[in-house]
Design a protein around this ligand. Structure first.
Ligand code: ADP
Ligand code: ASP
Ligand code: MG
Length: 411
């Protein structure tokens, strides 16, 4: 008997037929003799609707209350899935995050899971129940409801799988696996049979929202056997592994992220402690910073550009407005209409020339690069948002990702 955690995203529970479909998949595993825990997201569009309600009232809502509102969608879907399972003759119990319990820190709207108490779930499983758990939410030490950031149900599922020492964690979604790029942008993208945790980590952090980055971090840390597969079609999906064939190709995926915004501080005095003051004030306001670029200093002054999430853009601007005056910098500017496009590949470690190929390819399309950042296994550029799809498609073609992996390895 295996213990299986299944996670279903918003589209997979988008209407009552889909909910019946989820129930029957859970019941099928149960009837095959396995213990099944189902983690679900809110019905598709529901969390966006709740976020819009909050935004309609306030530009800077109290984030404790934001979490109270946006966590509500999952309560409906767990109850509905549970009813659908019981209709199929199997005992089922649904639980909210605080009931089972996902204990998190108090960083409202993007809390981190500290611990998962699984004993209530284990007891129900031993009684022969299917257990349905709300993703995306938890509770802090003070008893406040928290949420894990958009896409956080993936992380709930992996955390639960780790805590319960599950034999498998299956992430069911609206695509049948992880692709060389978002198949909704480039229909010629190819599905990957396997991908390494490291590579998936890089893809997730560069914007491939098929898995939330924290879920991949956690799967890697606790060695959770993770698969991504479709809730609507049969198939084996994509398996996450310690290493993969990808080592043998230079570029394995293209990602894009339209959820970031760029800020630039000009005329920053070039002396020790200034970067600490700028980024310290953002950290204090709980704003996550992604890419950072500082120019070579001229006449004792430098420019600093960096990106933050679009949702935190206005907050970052407000925080820095004061800080810029304090440190004596010349000006603060920003642009929310940007996107980050990245080329990812573990094989890049041992190959040169990828950056040059990427830049010339984008230059041929007249796409201007506003920022560049590299790591051992990825190169990212910030460009004007309106060129995102064009950039993704041309890079996908440049690195011949429409070809099968076997063809690319032998080439
Ligand atoms: P869910 O609601 O099931 O959590 P998400 O919308 O969060 O689903 O994630 C699935 C989506 O991720 C797909 O519909 C696809 O558009 C997008 N996506 C982005 N990059 C990739 C990729 N490399 N492979 C597969 N899907 C991707
Ligand atoms: N419902 C949440 C969201 O839309 C969590 C998730 O889907 O994973 O972000
Ligand atoms: Mg998701």
């Amino acid at each position: 008997m295996a213990l299986i955690v299944q996670k279903y995203g918003g589209t997979s529970v988008g209407d009552l037929d889909r909910i019946r479909n989820v129930a029957s998949k859970a019941v099928a595993e149960h009837k095959a003799g396995n213990q099944v825990v189902v983690v679900v997201s809110a019905m598709s569009g529901e969390t966006n609707r709740l976020v819009a309600l909050v935004d309609g009232l306030s530009r800077f809502p109290n984030l404790r209350e934001y979490d109270t509102v946006v966590s509500a969608g999952e309560q409906i879907s767990i109850g509905l899935v549970s009813i659908a399972v019981e209709n199929m003759g199997i005992k089922c119990r649904s639980y909210l995050g605080w009931q089972v319990k996902f204990i998190t820190d108090s960083t409202f709207s993007k809390a981190r899971i500290r611990e998962v108490e699984g004993f209530r779930i284990r007891r129900d499983l031993d009684e022969g129940c299917i257990v349905v758990v709300a993703g995306f939410q938890g509770i802090d030490d003070m008893g406040n409801i928290t949420t894990l950031g958009r896409g956080g149900s993936d992380t709930s599922a992996v955390a639960l799988a780790a805590a319960l020492k599950a034999d498998r964690c299956d992430i069911y979604t609206d695509v049948d696996g992880v692709y060389t790029t978002d198949p909704r942008i480039e229909p010629r993208a190819t599905k990957l049979e396997r991908i390494s945790y490291d590579e998936m980590l890089e893809m997730a952090s560069m914007g491939a929202k098929v898995l939330q980055i924290r879920s991949v971090e956690m799967a890697k840390k606790y060695r959770v056997p993770l698969r991504v597969l479709s809730s609507l079609e049969e198939g084996t999906g994509t398996l996450l592994t310690e290493d993969s064939e990808m080592e043998r190709v230079v570029v394995s995926a293209i990602t894009s992220d339209q959820n970031e915004a760029k800020l630039t501080i000009k005329g920053v005095p070039d002396r020790p402690g200034i970067a600490a003051a700028i980024f310290g004030s953002l950290a204090e306001a709980n704003v996550n910073v992604d890419m950072i670029i500082q120019n070579v200093s001229e006449n004792g002054e430098t420019d600093v550009s960096f990106t933050v999430s679009k949702r935190e853009y206005q907050l970052a601007m407000n925080v820095l407005d004061e800080q810029v005056k304090k440190i004596g910098a010349r000006s603060l500017g920003g642009n929310p209409n940007i996107s980050k496009v990245s080329v990812v590949g573990v094989g890049m470690r041992s190959h040169s020339g990828v950056a040059q190929r990427m830049f010339s390819c984008l230059a041929r399309e007249n796409i201007n690069l506003q920022m560049i950042s590299t790591s051992e296994i990825k190169i990212s550029v910030v460009i004007d948002e309106k060129y995102t799809e064009l950039a993704v498609r041309t890079l996908h073609e440049e690195f011949e990702l429409e070809k099968s992996l076997a063809d690319r390895i032998s080439a």
